[in-house]
Design a protein around this ligand. Structure first.
Ligand SMILES: [Zn+2]
Length: 237
């Protein structure tokens, strides 16, 4: 229901619509987003990443949303992020649906009833982290992705606690850009046992931001706010 129009749109193109010759000379063509398969869920659903790569890249950002399938606004937010124009010199990567089984079921957890944002190996707990550290294929796919791309900053998008936090203090400037543009407060660095955003920084040593939207529902206002947040972060890189 969510994926079909997304794939239709990507399949239909969506790159530069510049037709005027003078404009084409003065402005570089808008770079295309393309689709990459990065893993498979417990129930066999693909985990997809949208990529927008500048070969002359000097900075990169990875945004990951829908780790929790019951946060119904984050899927549309992730989808929206794949439509922005990425500035020259920046490569952007977006995983709109990191937990496709949970998204399909409308559940927080994956198909084995594991909370993926407690399943990452840093500060993992047997109480609520699943059967073992990084036991789930979705967690493994996301870990392999972050380790392969090594983005300048990784943004993990959740709902509904209404804040932005730079898990890594080095990321505070980018977190503030997103928070200001989206109209959210910037909170001090958080840590979450078994969390993806926490593992990115404390486990891998890479800059990480946690974004918490304002509701568990999808709304145009919510989606637009985080589009502005992403654009502000891209401009600040
Ligand atoms: Zn969440």
């Amino acid at each position: 229901m969510f994926a079909d129009p997304l794939i239709d749109r990507l399949g239909g193109g969506g790159s530069a619509s510049v037709t005027d010759t003078a404009d084409r000379r003065s402005a570089p063509a808008r770079r295309r987003w393309s689709l990459e398969h990065i893993g498979t869920s417990v129930e066999g659903r693909p985990i997809e990443m949208h990529t927008n790569v500048d070969p002359a890249m000097r900075a990169s950002v990875l945004a990951i949303s829908t780790v929790h399938g019951d946060e119904r606004g984050v899927g549309p937010i992730g989808e929206e992020l794949t439509t922005v124009t990425v500035p020259p010199g920046v490569s952007a990567y977006v995983v709109p649906i990191a937990n496709p089984d949970g998204w399909a079921r409308g559940t927080r957890n994956n198909a084995r009833d594991v909370d993926l944002n407690r399943n990452f190996p840093w500060w993992w707990s047997h109480r609520d982290g699943g059967p073992g550290r990084a036991s789930e294929p979705e967690t493994q796919a996301l870990m392999a992705l972050v380790a392969r791309l090594r983005p300048v900053v990784t943004v993990w998008i959740h709902q509904p606690y209404e804040y932005v936090s730079a898990v890594d203090p080095r990321a505070e400037r980018w977190a503030r850009a997103w928070a200001d543009a989206a109209g959210l407060p910037l909170l001090p660095a958080i840590t979450q046992h078994g969390g993806g955003e926490t593992w990115t920084y404390h486990g891998l040593g890479l800059a990480s931001i946690l974004v918490e939207g304002t509701t568990r529902e999808a709304s145009i206002g919510e989606t637009s706010a985080h589009r502005r947040g992403f654009e502000a972060l891209l401009a600040a890189l």
